[in-house]
Design a protein around this ligand. Structure first.
Ligand SMILES: [Zn+2]
Length: 350
């Protein structure tokens, strides 16, 4: 199924709810005239990496790239995936982190070269060793053709506002590449999130994102490095949902050196967000506190919410359909979120 067929299919799929919605059909048709649909939140694994860490690669895992991934992308209406790997180097010593990192980043680059432009990649970085992370980012971008780097919301017990990371942020600015920020669980929080409800994922990840935002803003990283392009998973987690409290915190009480602008100003125009927020209202709010120029599609493939939910009480949209069907947006807004913003960040000639 090619992309045009998908968009025709999407119109059909949405038809279950919206067959008489001429406006949706028009939006689908208009969006299909624009550039590629780019998914910024796509997980993968490189065969052999697990073995380097004493484990076994699960070759039947959907994180292994092959024909099944391409079929899934076609079904979801995704033209290009931005491949990243959740921080898996942070627990390694420096020698291991260098070896595994190189193998993994070469593996991502190989995939990007082998599938006719369907994938671009981000370098995995061992940020616990900032000098090594700098080297990995430089090699990834300059030698392997990767488009940026990916990091976690914290590095062991160290937050992202820590000055030890300043040289890394300086290199990111110099290379002018985006950094993908994906949640990693905060170890001390873990006992509170056990039990029913998958709270580690549903709450822990979003708290981790909020803390990372808070540290980057309040420790002065965003002021010190004004040209960073940080793209965040899960719609940025909890902080964009409750940004005014950070403004009123320092606006009403002494709170240490304050950032140059209101925290909500950074949330509006200094971060990028994936669209993984699930409902029209959540997307509307994310747009209200940022803008359509700051949002990219994130499917979180292959995790369960990539696909329409089984629970009949929930809206049955794929991530692309969610953007196509969201009310109150112009064709230009949709095109930007479907791929224009990502293409600009990744410097893709499309
Ligand atoms: Zn993810």
């Amino acid at each position: 199924m090619d992309r045009r067929q998908f968009f025709r299919g999407a119109a059909g799929a949405a038809a279950g709810m919206l067959v008489t919605d001429a406006g949706l059909r028009k939006r689908v048709a208009a969006a299909a005239q624009d550039g590629p649909v780019i998914d910024f939140h796509a997980h993968c694994a490189i065969p052999g990496v697990a073995e380097m860490m004493g484990r076994t690669t699960q070759m039947d895992s959907p994180t292994i790239i092959g024909p099944d991934r391409l079929r899934a992308m076609d079904e979801l209406g995704i033209d290009i995936e931005v491949l990243s790997i959740n921080p898996n180097l942070y627990q390694l010593d420096e020698g291991q982190a260098e070896r595994v990192g190189r193998f993994q980043n070469e593996g991502i680059a190989e995939i990007c070269a082998g599938y006719d432009g369907r994938f671009v990649g981000l370098a995995t970085l061992a940020l616990q060793f900032p000098e090594l992370a700098i080297q990995q980012l430089e090699e990834g971008v300059n030698e392997l053709g990767l488009r940026g780097g990916s990091i976690g919301t914290s590095v062991g017990s160290v937050h992202l506002g820590d000055p030890r990371f300043y040289p890394f942020w300086a290199k990111v600015e110099e290379l002018d590449v985006p950094i993908w920020l994906h949640p990693v669980l905060i170890p001390d929080l873990q006992p509170w999130l056990e039990g029913n409800g998958m709270l580690g994922n549903a709450i822990g990840n979003e708290v981790a994102m909020a803390i990372a935002f808070g540290r980057l803003i309040f420790e002065g990283v965003m002021d010190r490095f004004p040209r960073l392009n940080i793209v965040t998973a899960h719609g940025g987690g909890y902080l964009p949902a409750y940004a005014p409290r950070t403004d009123y915190g320092c606006g009403t009480r002494p709170c240490g050196p304050t950032p140059e602008r209101l925290p909500s100003d950074y949330i509006r125009d200094r971060f990028f967000y994936d669209s993984a927020v699930f409902t029209d209202e959540a997307l509307r709010h994310l747009i209200a506190v940022s803008s359509t120029s700051q949002i990219v599609i994130g499917t979180d493939y292959p995790f369960s919410w990539t696909f329409p939910p089984r629970d009949p009480r929930l809206p049955r949209f794929t991530p692309v359909e969610r953007i196509l069907a969201a009310p109150g947006l112009s064709d230009a807004d949709r095109a930007a979120m479907l791929g224009g913003n990502a293409a600009r960040l990744l410097k893709l000639n499309v």
